[in-house]
Design a protein around this ligand. Structure first.
Ligand code: DC
Length: 227
């Protein structure tokens, strides 16, 4: 049986740090779905396609191959893990991720990745609990105050807090208002505000939820009449 721990939330909410740590502690693979959209955005930028032309974006994105292997993101076999974090990519990625055909391609790849990696995984993104794996037994939605998120992002990127806040606000607006799979709290998700929590506290909350759900699932299996 597949068991996906879905970790959603906006930039700077602590998603990646928490998802990586939970995956190490469970010994389950980790999938960063944002990296797919970033790789797609890089492909669009390299081709010189207008990010605001959805048909051209969809056609360009469909021409490439995207794979995530051992935490590295590969675009047509080239390791682009570092380049997809650069500011020019971050600046357009939300517009690329708003194109329905791009989402269809990426969601399909993400589902296949989990199936090929054994079915148990920690998956982070914006629409994991709502769209990609709506049946996940554990769904966590991380949030934090805008100023805390901006401070984290600024420290990560080596930029000023005002610039970080402007970038996050612009992406939040596009990610939360797009027509397909907007960033929202999935049904059944536990909201965890990380503003005043350390990484270890958030990680242990997620692990508690995993334990609880595994116990419930195994006791339901024990109680089910055998056929
Ligand atoms: O998590 P991140 O900052 O690397 O994500 C980059 C962008 O990709 C983000 O602005 C929105 C988009 N994204 C998405 O639309 N759906 C996901 N599941 C993950 C990311």
């Amino acid at each position: 049986m597949s068991f996906v721990v879905a970790i959603d939330g906006p930039g700077g909410s602590g998603k990646s740090t928490v998802a990586r740590r939970v995956s190490e502690l469970l010994g389950w693979p980790h999938l960063d779905t944002g990296a797919y959209y970033r790789a797609a955005a890089l492909a669009v930028l390299r081709a010189g396609v207008d990010p605001d032309d959805p048909a051209a974006v969809a056609a360009e994105v469909g021409r490439h191959e995207y794979r995530q292997v051992d935490g590295r993101m590969l675009l047509d076999g080239e390791d682009v893990t570092r380049e997809i974090r650069e500011r020019h990519v971050t600046g357009v990625v939300s517009r690329i991720a708003a194109v329905p055909e791009v989402r269809r391609i990426m969601v399909d790849l993400q589902r296949r990745w989990v199936a090929e990696n054994g079915g148990n995984a920690v998956v982070e993104g914006r629409d994991i609990g709502s769209v990609v794996f709506p049946d996940s037994p554990v769904k966590v939605h991380l949030t934090a105050d805008p100023s805390t998120r901006a401070a984290r992002r600024a420290a990560q990127m080596g930029i000023g807090p005002a610039e970080a806040e402007a970038e996050l606000t612009a992406r939040d607006r596009i990610d939360s208002t797009r027509d397909v799979a907007p960033l929202e709290v999935a049904t059944g998700a536990e909201i965890v505000d990380t503003t005043h929590l350390g990484v270890d506290q958030v990680v242990s909350r997620v692990l508690d939820l995993v334990d609880q759900r595994r116990r419930e699932i195994s006791s339901a299996a024990r109680d089910a009449p055998s056929s």
